[in-house]
Design a protein. Structure first.
Length: 131
């Protein structure tokens, strides 16, 4: 399959040039952005900025960076990416500790005030120690 360039009428597409196949697919088919009306270039820029923690800044500056004014578009993309990240972290849980070590989080409170970012600090010590 080869990737065709973007034209004025069509976004980039994957195309198979074998005589028995002749499949033609949109570049974003099979991804979380399938069916999205967002420009392919903007999707790639948004993923790049989000993966480099640019999303910590406000939505308006992010919209300026990707060149759109529709806040709904940025919020929808962010939700899709957060959904993928959440699904990935749930399907591949992180193991804390190691062989012979049990780590417990006890009486931990994870919260923040509305609108005020507060760092969460967690102290973990191996079970049975006084640290």
């Amino acid at each position: 399959m080869t990737l065709s360039g973007e034209s004025s009428d069509h976004p980039p597409r994957w195309g198979c040039h074998k005589a028995e196949c002749r499949t033609d697919l949109p570049m974003l088919s099979g991804t979380i952005f399938e069916g999205s009306n967002m420009d392919t270039r903007k999707v790639i820029i948004f993923i790049y900025l989000w993966s480099n923690n640019y999303e910590k800044s406000n939505v308006k500056s992010l919209l300026q960076r990707i060149g759109t004014r529709r806040e709904v578009c940025a919020v929808a993309c962010r939700r899709r990416l957060l959904g993928v990240a959440a699904e990935s972290s749930l399907s591949h849980p992180c193991v804390i500790g190691g062989p012979g070590h049990v780590v417990e989080l006890d009486e931990a409170l994870f919260s923040k005030r509305q609108g005020a970012p507060v760092p969460v600090r967690v102290h973990m010590a191996p079970q049975g120690t006084s640290q």
